[in-house]
Design a protein around this ligand. Structure first.
Ligand code: SF4
Ligand code: SF4
Length: 86
């Protein structure tokens, strides 16, 4: 499903292109703090991905996670969003 706001268009159903490895996650919360999309939550001391439809593919979560627990891939079909100016 396509969604548009503020000059940005997102395509939904792009797959679980970001995941958390529970074995490596220590629940520090850094991925939550850097994610402008609100894509993560903490549950039972571990990060979980809750909403990738607002992901901007900035990779800040991947960079921020010192435990290497954020598994960062590419959305199905190449990209999940586009901006008005390319
Ligand atoms: S930054 Fe990494 S270790 Fe910290 S809560 Fe997020 S996934 Fe877990
Ligand atoms: S890529 Fe950016 S917007 Fe997407 S989940 Fe990671 S920090 Fe959030």
């Amino acid at each position: 499903m396509e969604r548009s706001t503020g000059g940005v268009v997102w395509w939904g159903e792009t797959g679980e292109f970001i995941q958390v490895n529970n074995t490596h996650c220590d629940g520090c919360g850094d991925c939550l703090r850097v994610c402008l999309g609100g894509c993560f939550a903490l549950r039972e001391g571990k990060a979980v991905v809750i909403n990738l439809e607002s992901c901007m593919e900035c990779a800040a979560c991947w960079y921020a996670c010192e435990k290497g627990a954020v598994l960062y891939g590419l959305p199905k079909g190449g990209t999940g969003f586009a901006t008005e100016y390319g």
